[in-house]
Ligand binder design. Structure first.
Ligand SMILES: [Zn+2]
Length: 259
């Protein structure tokens, strides 16, 4: 049985400090592939360096909505350049966030639009962050959908069933993280049951959102994706083995640079 953790911030100090141990534990748990996700130009370079040196690790390059206002003038050109790297499998994470108001919303919107433009040019999928802004996100997605096929995943999904349905109609995948395992997340598990199996992905979003039964443990790490995956398998009524095969196949279909 082999899993892919489709969203891990391995460049975060809490994980980078013990990366060999973290990746050894992942391997032991059956997590054969990990996508190392960046949030700004600095972590893009770090993610690529990790992907180059560690087996089974891939990089995503892009600018997180909460960091878009801090980007230097030439950061975007650097990121465009990085998309040619063979270990880069996705763009992001990017998206929209109304929870924190560090970055003006219009800056987030234009940052998000730049990633879509780059996705059209490179055919690389977007890893999409959405927090406290479901209507604004759906509006942005429908604008982009008018310009061509949307390739991407709504990562660490915690929205409503209706929002998930619309994201699916846009052609997007839905990825679940540790929140799915929390006792209070019954609504989210109900939503998960409405997602077609061929659109499901799993992730940790580590070092955050540690799944049950390890919820109090910090940092979260890729090996813990198996807890979220087991919860998802039970929720949707398939075996863990079936879900591993399905989500691995889905991930490779979306993140096509991963063989
Ligand atoms: Zn993330």
């Amino acid at each position: 049985m082999a899993w892919m953790d489709t969203h891990a911030h391995l460049a975060d100090k809490s994980l980078a400090n013990q990366l060999d141990d973290v990746l050894a534990r992942a391997k032991q748990a059956g997590v054969s592939q990990v996508i190392c996700v960046a949030v700004d130009a600095k972590t893009c370079a770090e993610a690529i360096a990790i992907a180059e040196s560690k087996e089974g690790v891939w990089a995503s390059v892009g600018i997180h909505p909460n960091y878009a206002h801090q980007a230097a003038a030439d950061d975007w050109n650097k990121i465009v350049e990085m998309t040619n790297h063979p270990r880069v499998c996705a763009l992001g994470e990017t998206g929209l966030d109304r929870h924190w108001d560090d970055c003006p919303f219009e800056v987030q919107q234009s940052n998000f639009a730049s990633h879509w433009q780059l996705s059209c040019e490179t055919k690389l999928p977007l890893i999409i962050h959405m927090r406290d802004c479901e209507p604004e996100m759906l509006e942005a997605l429908s604008q982009q959908a008018g310009k061509g096929l949307l390739r991407g995943v709504m990562h660490s999904f915690s929205g409503t069933t209706e929002t998930a349905k619309q994201c699916l109609e846009f052609g997007l995948f839905i990825s679940f993280a540790g929140m799915l395992t929390y006792k209070k997340s019954e609504e989210l598990r109900k939503t998960a049951r409405t997602i077609p199996l061929d659109r499901l992905l799993v992730e940790t979003d580590c070092p955050y959102l540690t799944p049950e039964p390890n919820r109090s443990r910090r940092p979260n790490e890729p090996s813990f994706v198996v807890h979220t995956a087991k919860c998802l398998a039970e929720t949707v009524g398939v075996s863990a083995k079936e879900l591993a095969d399905i989500t691995m196949e889905n991930a490779k279909r979306l993140f096509w640079r991963i063989p």
